[in-house]
Design a binder for this molecule. Structure first.
Ligand code: ZN
Length: 166
């Protein structure tokens, strides 16, 4: 069955129900639709009071960090944390018949590409291939997507800087 969640009250109910299911506490704020934090140890999230889809999805993403089991010091690079939280939120929507707008997916892709690029700058030679394929799905003028197009293979390998001999 497909249903559409549009009213902000319904968004809030969805977040509260999912949080309760996983014993996560929610603190709503009004600092902006894309600002969210998750306290992994305390099982608590600071998320925007849901109004439109973007703020709702930020809430789901933060819950996702805790629900997929991220732990401080779990050894996962930041880009993978962000991808896994996003992926959980996206799957939640898919399973509940909630359409995720392309601009929301694009925004998450840019964040994940930025973190993957940061990993490369820190010396990583490769990233997870599923994440690499997600990053490479779309190309626009975003600088980290541009980096990915030039340096990242669909297997997740990061190509070294090509230096021309002088
Ligand atoms: Zn996140």
């Amino acid at each position: 069955m497909i249903f559409w969640v549009q009213a902000s009250g319904k968004y809030r109910a969805v977040l509260e129900e999912e949080a309760a299911k996983h014993k996560i506490r929610i603190q709503f704020h009004n600092k902006g639709a894309q600002w969210g934090r998750a306290a992994l140890d305390w099982k608590m999230v600071w998320i925007p009071t849901p109004a439109r889809f973007a703020s709702f999805f930020t809430g789901l993403h933060e819950l996702g960090h805790i629900i997929v089991g991220h732990k401080r010091g779990d050894g996962k690079p930041e880009y993978l944390w962000e991808y896994e939280a996003f992926d959980w939120a996206r799957k939640y929507c898919q399973q509940h018949g909630i359409v995720v707008p392309a601009r929301t997916v694009d925004y998450e892709r840019e964040i994940i590409a930025e973190k993957a690029h940061a990993s490369a700058k820190e010396g990583s030679k490769s990233i997870d291939s599923v994440v690499a394929r997600f990053i490479l799905q779309k190309h626009n003028g975003h600088p980290d997507l541009k980096w990915a197009k030039e340096r990242l293979t669909s297997q997740g390998r990061i190509r070294a800087n090509q230096r021309k001999p002088v």
